[in-house]
Structures are given as C-alpha cells and as structure tokens.
Ligand binder design. Structure first.
Ligand SMILES: NC(=O)C1=CN([C@@H]2O[C@H](COP(=O)(O)OP(=O)(O)OC[C@H]3O[C@@H](n4cnc5c(N)ncnc54)[C@H](O)[C@@H]3O)[C@@H](O)[C@H]2O)C=CC1
Ligand SMILES: O=C([O-])CC(=O)C(=O)O
Length: 329
C-alpha cells in the first residue's frame, strides 16, 4: 500500500532556485521514491510572478510524476502553509542597488515575520522548516521567533551549499572522491565569514588535514574560495547560484527527514549554547540526523585559529540578531 502524501510548501516557487528544486521534490529525490507529495507553492501577489508560477505548474503537470499527488498555487502564506509538513522558504527580497545590509535585513524581517506567524498558525506542529532566502541564518531566526507555538528546533537555515562547496574543493586539491569525505563541517553564518573546517575530516579513515598538510592553503586559498564562491558564481553567470542551491536544499531536507546514517552533515540550527554560541542564534554546526531529528556533534576540540574564525562569524550573526531586535517586538 502506498504511503499517505505529505505536504511540502515552497516559497519563491517561480524563481530560479524554485525552478531547479520543484521537479526534484516531485520526482522523490528529497523524501524518497515511495513518498507521495502535495506541493503548496507560494509566490508574491503580483501578476507576473503568479503567471510565471502557472507556467511552472503546467510543466510539473507535464512531467506526470507518479509521486506528485497535488499542486496548489498561493499568494497568501496562511494558505500556502496550511497543514504543511515541510516548508522550504526560498523567496526573499534580494539586495537592490544602493541597499545597505540593514535595509536588506529590514525588508526580509517583514517577510519572515509574516511567514513565521503563518507557520505558527496553520502548519503541522511537526513542520520541518528550511530557510534558503538570504540572509538565511537570520531569516530563520526571525521566522523561529515569530512562531512561538512551534518547537524552535524545527527552524533551520541552509549551510549545506557551503558544506558541499568545501567538499568539492578538498576533493580537487587532494584527488579524493568527493563522496568519500566524512566528518567535514562549516561553522557559522551563510556568508563569507563562514568557517569551513576539515580538521576532523577523513577519507577512507585517513585524516584529510594530514594528507593536505598545508595551513597556508587552508587560510589563503581554501577558506576564501569557499567563502566567496557565491560571489564568484554571480560574477561568472550574471545570476546567483540556483541549481547547486536547489541541490543543497534537497540534500539538507533528505538527510533531516531520512537520516544521515551516522555521517556528519552541516545544518544551520538554533543553538542551545553549544560551543559558546548564544542560545537561539541560528548557526552552522556539524550534526548527525536520525528518525527525523538532528543532533549537534558535541565535544570537538576548537583550536586557537578555529576559535578566531568561529568568533568572527558569530560576531556577524550577533550583529544581525541585534539589527532585527526592534523589528521582532
Ligand atoms: N542559503 C544559500 O545557500 C543560498 C541562498 N540563496 C538565496 O535564495 C533566494 C532565492 O534565490 P533565487 O531563486 O535565485 O531568486 P529569484 O529572484 O530568482 O527568485 C525568488 C522568488 O521569490 C519570490 N518572492 C519574493 N518574496 C517573496 C515572498 N515574500 N513570498 C513568496 N515569494 C517571494 C520572488 O517573486 C521570486 O520569484 C535569494 O535570497 C538568494 O540570495 C541563493 C543561493 C544559495
Ligand atoms: O551569494 C548569493 O547571493 C547567493 C548565495 O547565497 C550563494 O551562492 O551562496
């Protein structure tokens, strides 16, 4: 007998990440090839965006995905999030010309306050929320703070793209197969301050750090390359990363829902004070996942260089948190 369908809400569904994401969710790559899904798609109440959404839905229909049990188009989060089991918050206000970071935070605070409130009011009490729209960590924090009746742990931000980028750079440097890399993580904010950390990483049981053995490369090449990869893609493509971002969103949700089988993955999750990160700051941590729950890997040694990197990305997130404090009252 087939499983009952689950509800998956996606915001910004007519955008470029949406276009790379929805077809993979509908084909079962996110929640399993035996899990029917109902897509609840949200776009802004604007004629052009709603028309574009109609076109995407026509294409989803034309794929005749056996697992796609329904598609809904919405312009109101209170409808889009009704009973939803999974929510991928992709739509966000992009930075416009002359816009300062504070303006970006304020514009997004409005969106994510409204969406957090809507999730609080109408979503499944077990909803798993992934925030992709930037600034992703702080947007997740805002949504979480706006949804006091839902468990804080249900709100996460996407650091998986950074994790995958780091894995790929390490594989290229040392000739590893990317799929053989274990115990890699990225600490902190999804921004150039993130700290991609391969001190614990192994390939076939061998230490990646000892194999590479090049701290200058780590500091001067690897960290800046991973940290500025988003900007490098914008410079090359004229558009921000979309397929790789959608792929990371699939990886994040799949591992959260179906388990990481003991492997570490990176998720941005609200802190409970781990590694000195103040409670509720949404921070990239190494986690393992099982039975639909994630668990932060604790007890890792943080050396002086790593502490300095963690302090820097934490300071940025504390600044963002303080910047939206008044907007959350
Ligand atoms: N966390 C991460 O690793 C990454 C995050 N991003 C971020 O993801 C976001 C989306 O990127 P793209 O799809 O390329 O942008 P896009 O501009 O192509 O699409 C965004 C869509 O969201 C919609 N939207 C805006 N506000 C909305 C709202 N309040 N409710 C529903 N829909 C809304 C827009 O109408 C648009 O169709 C951006 O904020 C981008 O910076 C992108 C890459 C990686
Ligand atoms: O930099 C951007 O605007 C898009 C992004 O988050 C990334 O590619 O990591």
């Amino acid at each position: 007998m087939s499983k009952p369908a689950v509800r998956v809400a996606v915001t910004g569904a007519a955008g470029q990440i949406g276009y790379a994401l929805l077809f993979r969710i509908a084909s079962g790559e996110m929640l399993g090839k035996d899990q029917p899904v109902i897509l609840q798609l949200l776009e802004i109440p604007d004629e052009k965006a709603q028309n574009a959404l109609k076109g995407v839905i026509m294409e989803l229909e034309d794929c005749a995905f056996p697992l796609l049990a329904g598609i809904e188009a919405h312009s109101d989060p209170m409808q889009a999030f009704k009973d939803t089991d999974y929510a991928l918050l992709v739509g966000a206000r992009p930075r416009g010309p002359g816009m300062e970071r504070a303006d970006l935070l304020a514009a997004n605070a409005q969106i994510f306050t409204a969406q957090g409130k809507a999730l609080n009011a109408v979503a499944s009490r077990n909803v798993k929320v992934l925030v992709v729209g930037n600034p992703a960590n702080t947007n997740a924090y805002i949504a979480m703070k706006s949804a006091p009746d839902l468990p804080a742990k249900n709100f996460t931000a996407m650091l998986r793209l950074d994790h995958n980028r780091a894995a790929s750079q390490l594989a290229a440097k040392a000739g590893f197969k990317v799929g053989d890399i274990r115990k890699l993580t990225v600490w902190g904010n999804h921004s150039p301050t993130m700290y991609a950390d391969y001190r614990f990483a192994t390939v076939n049981g061998k230490s990646v750090q000892e194999t590479i053995n090049d701290q200058a490369w780590n500091k001067d090449v690897f960290l800046p390359t991973v940290g500025k990869r988003g900007a490098a893609i914008i410079a090359a493509r004229g558009l921000s990363s979309a397929a790789s971002a959608a792929n990371a969103a699939i990886d994040h949700m799949r591992d959260w829902a179906l388990g990481s089988k003991g492997e570490w993955v990176t998720m941005g999750v609200p802190s409970n004070g781990e590694y000195g990160v103040p409670k509720d700051i949404v921070f990239g941590f190494p986690v393992t996942t099982e039975n639909g729950e994630y668990k932060i890997v604790e007890g890792l040694e943080i050396d002086a260089f790593s502490q300095e990197c963690i302090n820097k990305t934490l300071a940025e997130l504390e600044g963002e948190r303080d910047g939206v404090k008044d907007l959350l009252k």
